[in-house]
Ligand binder design. Structure first.
Ligand code: GDP
Length: 301
């Protein structure tokens, strides 16, 4: 239900327009596909993905001899769903079954990293896991305190140094603390200043090396947090971060605030990285596991 409500803007905008289109055309033809293309682009699916989608739709309608737009609607749902899922387990968070799991959270400032870490901490704690936070965004003024607020809210400790200190050494200390406390999951916040890309990427690589050295098999997840309202910009950021840090999953935030939820499709298709979690609000409980079927169903109901 929450999933449905959270995506209501996207749903309304997409399904209303699609229904309109289907009624106006009735028969499947080149003009119909062209308008469908426009609609998908407006929903921020991304040009490359839209082209591939429509190509696939044309193929399917030819093979199955579909002439009626109402009938094609079902095929559209099928094809969108195919574009979103590779296999059903891909949204699961990867956990070390015995011992410490380390999740590295990356993304630009303002994307919703801190909020997501807080929500995720609360959720893991609810599942009976012990959680620790590492405040390795030592660059942005206030970032450490902001993480502390979320730590307090979720009831988990934050390992922190002073502003301006070396992020990798915060991570090192946090791992030490997590080991001695037998913590289940360590969530690491990182800086997200994109103005200095080279330094940021170097910093992330250094952090990752520390994690890999101190905890064999870690990080279990490198989660890239993207703001859905920034549309195609988010896609470009993702490409950048992917180069530096072997992103294992995407967290798409602020889907509650946008009618452009189609970005989910572009992210999945163009980056080949699964969307694992979505943010549907600013509160503790507004983080959901991404459910491709519910998403598609939502778009068409
Ligand atoms: P960070 O700089 O990446 O750590 O971003 P923050 O976690 O500070 O989030 C930036 C702003 O986005 C804050 O005002 C958050 O409350 C807001 N925010 C984060 N996630 C969501 C979401 O899923 N939905 C909405 N509506 N707002 C969000």
């Amino acid at each position: 239900e929450k999933f449905r409500n959270g995506l209501s803007k996207t749903r309304r905008s997409f399904s209303d327009q699609l229904n309109n289109l289907v009624k106006r055309y009735r028969k499947v033809d080149e003009d119909f596909f062209e308008e469908l293309e426009d609609l998908l682009i407006e929903s921020d699916v991304g040009v490359t993905t839209v082209m591939d989608l429509v190509e696939k739709l044309k193929d399917e309608s030819r093979t199955r001899n579909i002439k009626d737009t109402e009938e094609l609607k079902e095929v559209i749902a099928e094809v969108l769903s195919e574009f979103l899922t590779r296999d059903e387990t891909e949204t699961q968070l990867n956990m070390n079954p015995e011992g410490l799991s380390v999740f590295l959270m990356v993304g630009v400032n303002g994307a919703g990293k801190t909020t997501t870490i807080g929500k995720l901490a609360g959720r893991l704690k609810n599942q009976g896991k012990s959680v620790l936070l590492a405040a390795a965004d030592t660059f942005r003024a206030g970032a450490i305190d902001q993480l502390q607020v979320w730590g307090d809210r979720a009831g988990v400790d934050v390992i922190r140094h002073q502003e301006g200190s070396d992020p990798a050494s915060v991570i090192f200390d946090a791992i030490k603390a997590a080991k001695s406390r037998k913590t289940d999951v360590l969530l690491c916040d990182t800086a997200g200043r994109l103005q200095n890309k080279v330094n940021l990427m170097k910093e992330l690589e250094k952090i990752k090396r520390v994690i890999e050295r101190e905890v064999p098999g870690a990080p279990q997840e490198v989660l890239l947090v993207l703001d859905a309202t920034t549309g195609q910009n988010a896609l470009n950021q993702a490409k950048l971060f992917r180069q530096a840090s072997d992103v294992t999953g995407i967290v798409l935030t602020k889907l509650d605030g946008t009618a452009k939820g189609g970005i989910v499709l572009g992210v999945r298709h163009e980056l080949n990285i699964p969307v694992k979690l979505i943010g549907l609000g600013e509160k503790m409980n507004d983080l959901q596991t991404f459910d491709a079927d519910a998403f598609i169903y939502g778009l068409f109901s």
